[in-house]
Every structure is written in C-alpha cells, then in structure tokens.
Design a protein around this ligand. Structure first.
Ligand code: FE2
Length: 403
C-alpha cells in the first residue's frame, strides 16, 4: 500500500509512505506506486500514530439507558446507581456494550485502551472483558485492570476476587486508596497492590487522590513505593485531582519524588471537571491535576475518557480530542505550540503509560503500520476544526467501521 501526500506529525513538507506486510517500509517524496499496489491519497492531511485511551471503564460504558439516570450528576449518586445495576450484570450484556464502545473508539482513531474493571462484587464483567479482549485483539488492543472499586480492605471477598482476576490474566493491578476506610488502610492498600504486582508480574494503575481534599496524599506514597521497589514506570496514578488543591511548596517537593520514581500520571479531564468541585460553593475548583507543571517537571502525563454515557458521565463518544481539549482548557495550555504538540499526550505519552514496547508504536520504518490520517495540515488545525479522520489504519489495513 502506498499513502500519498501526508504530513507526518506536523511536518511542513508532505511525504509518501509505503506499507508492506503490515509494516512501515519506506517514507519519502514522490514515491512511485508499484504494479497493482493500492494507493491512498492523503490530501495533505496530518498522519499521527493511533490515539491511546489510558483510562476507561468498559464495564460501565453505554449503560445509561439501563441503569437509570443520575439526577444530581454527582459521583456519589453515580456509585449508588451503578452499585444497584451491577448486581445483575451478565457476561453477554457487558460484552455487547463494550463492543459498541470499542466501535466508537475505532471511529475516533483509538487503537489502544486500558480499561479498569470492577471486581469487587464478582468477576462476571472481568470474565466478559477478558474474552472480548482476545476476540478483538487484531483490531484494538486492550489492557485490563483488576479494579477493587469498593476498596481492598472493605472485605475479604474483594481481595479474593482481586487475586483471582490477576491469576486469570489481568494486565494491571488497580486500587483506590483514598476510598479505603482510613488513611492507614489507604497506605496499606498501596503496599498490598505493589506486592501483588511483583508477585504476579503486573503493571499498577491506581485511582489516586480523586477527591478535592488537599490532605489526600497517597500519590507520594505510591511514587515512593514505585521508586523503592524499582517498579518505576510500570506504575501509574490516575486522576490525582487533589493535587489541584495542594500548596505550591508541597507540590515542588512532590514533583521531585514523582520524577525520581518514573511514575505515570493519567488525567481524566471530561469526567473530573464534572465530578469534582461538588462540595465547593464559589470559587469552584476545576477538578484537574497539574498537567502543565507535571510535564515541565519531566513526569509522563497521558489521558483517559474514564466514562462514556454511564451513571458517572452522561455524554461522550470515545473522542480523545474532546478529552484532550477539555484538559488543555482547564490547565491553560492554549499557546500555539502547546496546542500543536499536545497530540503527544494522547499518543506517545499514552503508549509509554501502557508500557508498549517502543518498536511497536510510532511512525517509523520497521514498526507496525498503525496510524490515522486527519483532515487538517497540523494538530492545531485538527483541534480547531475537528474535521474528522480520513483513514484509520491498523497493521496496514484500513479499518472498516461498518464491520
Ligand atoms: Fe476511573
């Protein structure tokens, strides 16, 4: 396959790209098509590696028609509504909703997804998504997080389910220290999670400090554990919205530990701008971690959609440019260069968060031909006009969304 006239990652000059056996094999100007070679005209559009959604809950997505609505829009009502609904989950129903969600992602150029799956009550949803993950592996890559939504030290059952999910094939150990019974329980849960990660050889991704409490400081504990255990970049902290409320002196100390640890931070701007600040009158906090400052301090930051049309977030369609746009607004990252370079947050930074091997991700000769071609000459124009995707390609094949 020969792709004509694309701008690779904001390049000023248009290039042609040749793909053979599902891999990038040549880039350059004025490449000539071989006999019978399929040619795709890129029309000067932007070529980027696929989007990466580092944090979603495929077990809850697209459930809002069935769960009943969340009238207040708060996290607490969301948890209440979901807790009732999850009692009657079936494998088939979870798989159908998750498959529809994955189709949305494909339409929007997402090819890598990390999904938390609540294992607190039972393993129905986890089993469903484990099977689906294998089934769709050629089309979209999924990492599954065994997520103890109710807290690890709430009951013996949660710990049993967590261990079982890891044995069954979860890729990542999850947690939620700020939701545990006390600060001590939270700290203990982090040590427990790190031990599991080492025992089962898994990654770690914790819902960390997703609360507007400036005293919620589990991130430093997690980072210190990542540093001391050597797990480093295998560890991610999702949300970290309490950082919004930390004082600057503490943040400066914290950033040093984060940088030393190699930990990844995953922001979920769409959902957290909705769920945080709910106890504030005015001014209302923005519910976002300090993305700009973290990046400036050498910390890897990526993003997730978190929820799509479910009791926690009633909107959304899998579009990572919408997630990114919200984060850029909230963090005052609207300078021209920041906007134009921000695609890296939802591409390369996401791939690093997922610990994808460098030889499997990116646009370069010898790597798998996974990419999107957008209508727009650079990412600034893509964000500004939102004119959509011309082509999404995986392993050298154009993804046909209808199938
Ligand atoms: Fe989440």
């Amino acid at each position: 396959m020969l792709i004509k006239n694309v701008r690779i990652e904001n390049a000023e000059i248009e290039s042609d790209v040749r793909i053979t056996d599902g891999m990038f094999c040549e880039t350059g100007q004025n490449l000539k098509a071989a006999d019978n070679e399929e040619v795709i005209e890129g029309n000067g559009g932007l070529m980027l590696p696929p989007f990466v959604d580092c944090h979603v809950h495929l077990d809850t997505c697209l459930s809002l028609d069935d769960t009943g609505v969340n009238h207040s829009g708060t996290l607490f009502e969301g948890i209440q509504v979901w807790s009732e609904y999850r009692k009657n989950l079936t494998k088939d129903e979870v798989q159908k909703r998750a498959l529809r969600t994955l189709k949305l992602y494909q339409e929007k150029g997402v090819q890598f997804v990390r999904s938390h799956v609540d294992i607190s009550n039972d393993l129905t949803a986890f089993q469903a998504l484990l099977e689906l993950k294998e089934k769709v592996a050629d089309e979209i890559e999924i990492q599954l997080v065994a997520f103890p939504q109710d807290g690890i030290f709430t009951s013996e059952k949660v710990r049993k389910n967590l261990n079982e999910a890891l044995s069954m094939g979860a890729d990542v150990v999850g947690g939620i220290p700020h939701f545990e019974l006390t600060r001590e329980h939270g700290n203990r849960s982090i040590r427990y999670i790190m031990e599991l990660a080492q025992k089962y050889d898994k990654l770690v991704d914790i819902h960390c400090d997703e609360i507007d409490d400036e005293q919620s400081r589990f991130l430093e504990v997690l980072a210190a554990e990542a540093y001391e255990t050597g797990l480093g970049k295998k560890v991610s902290a999702s949300h970290t919205t309490a950082m919004h409320s930390y004082n600057d002196a503490y943040c400066s100390k914290l950033f040093r530990v984060l940088h030393m640890s190699g930990i990844n931070i995953i922001a979920n701007p769409l959902v957290n701008v909705n769920l945080q600040g709910r106890f504030d009158t005015y001014p209302k906090r923005r519910g976002i971690t300090r993305i700009k400052e973290l990046l400036d301090n050498g910390v890897n930051v990526s993003m997730g959609h978190d929820d799509i049309y479910d009791p926690f977030y009633p909107l959304g369609n899998g579009d990572m440019t919408e997630v990114l746009s919200m984060g850029l607004h909230l963090c005052h990252m609207m300078g021209y260069r920041e906007l134009n370079q921000s695609y890296r947050i939802i591409t390369y930074n996401g791939a690093d968060t997922l610990n994808l091997e460098p030889e499997r991700y990116g646009i370069a000769v010898g790597k798998p031909a996974n990419f999107n071609i957008f209508n727009g000459r650079d990412f600034f124009e893509v964000l500004q006009k939102r004119n959509g995707i011309q082509y999404s390609v995986r392993n050298g094949k154009v993804i046909n969304i209808e199938n």
